[in-house]
Design a protein around this ligand. Structure first.
Ligand SMILES: NC(=O)c1ccc[n+]([C@@H]2O[C@H](COP(=O)([O-])OP(=O)(O)OC[C@H]3O[C@@H](n4cnc5c(N)ncnc54)[C@H](OP(=O)(O)O)[C@@H]3O)[C@@H](O)[C@H]2O)c1
Length: 237
């Protein structure tokens, strides 16, 4: 099905992108934008790939999410700040949960100072204690986990009742989630653009994990931008 994206159709979009009802465990939706030739960035960030439609959907996906999960590389490259708009039906935006083995995040960055809710920093005991301490002092909810495997990350989010997960990348975190078979859904914006150059793809993970079939459950188009929604094919039985 190809549907024209309504210009001001935020409620229709919310319906189009609704999470499954009554989740009892984290549901991992991943959102990426790529150029038509497969680049995940232009000049080091995804900003050059965006369009009004992509931004609109990006905002709606955040409003539907209970937590935004993102790798530290993306936070550093894109100078992440807290989500602005409230999660639907709540009076706070979703927290940003950052995966970082190093805890190398700037306590003075927008992630910490330009946010309405404290970010969650998912890290390891091997990260320098002074870095962890500075992030805690700056207001972050620093969580030391045994490892940063997808199952461990998702168990921590699930323990907090954060089931509607929106992963905004980047390629390393997405690659790890793919290898672990932990991706339920991919929202992929294809920008009408040839980026060329050496930019990487949207996923970069270990070799050898089996390819996983997806089924297309939604496709929107606006001004040449395609907004595709794929869901994992759940094995029968
Ligand atoms: N096109 C898009 O929609 C899109 C979306 C997001 C990002 N991007 C682009 O992607 C680029 C960044 O790529 P990236 O691969 O570096 O991003 P990333 O996956 O966000 O970050 C990688 C970093 O995150 C931490 N990390 C992620 N998964 C981990 C795991 N399972 N275990 C331990 N640590 C983990 C590590 O941080 P530490 O080094 O702190 O340990 C690692 O170095 C930027 O150019 C950004 O603009 C594009």
């Amino acid at each position: 099905m190809i549907t024209l994206l309504p210009v001001d159709g935020t409620s229709e979009l919310a319906e189009h992108y609704a999470y499954p009802d009554d989740l009892t465990a984290p549901w991992v939706r991943v959102n990426f934008v790529a150029s038509a030739d497969g680049a995940a960035s232009v000049d080091g960030t995804s900003g050059g790939l965006g369009s009004d439609a992509d931004k609109q959907v990006f905002g709606v996906l955040r409003e539907l999410a209970e937590v935004v999960l993102v790798g530290a590389g993306t936070v550093r490259a894109e100078d992440y700040r807290g989500a602005r708009r409230n999660t639907a039906g709540r009076d706070t935006p979703p927290p940003i949960a950052v995966v970082t083995g190093s805890a190398d995040l700037d306590p003075g960055s927008k992630l910490l100072i330009d946010t309405r809710v404290p970010p969650i920093v998912l890290t390891l005991g091997s990260a320098p204690a002074d870095r962890r301490g500075r992030l805690t002092a700056a207001g972050a909810d620093v969580v030391v986990l045994d490892d940063l495997e997808p199952a461990t990350l998702l168990a921590e989010l699930g323990r907090r009742g954060l089931h509607r997960v929106l992963c905004e990348g980047g390629p390393s975190l997405f690659g790890d989630l793919v290898a672990a078979g932990a991706v339920d859904e991919l929202c992929l914006t294809v920008a009408p653009l040839l980026a060329g150059g050496t930019a990487g793809r949207i996923a970069r993970g270990p070799e050898g994990s089996p390819a996983q079939p997806l089924t297309l459950v939604g496709a929107l188009e606006a001004d040449g931008t395609l907004l595709l929604r794929y869901r994992r094919v759940t094995p029968i039985g």
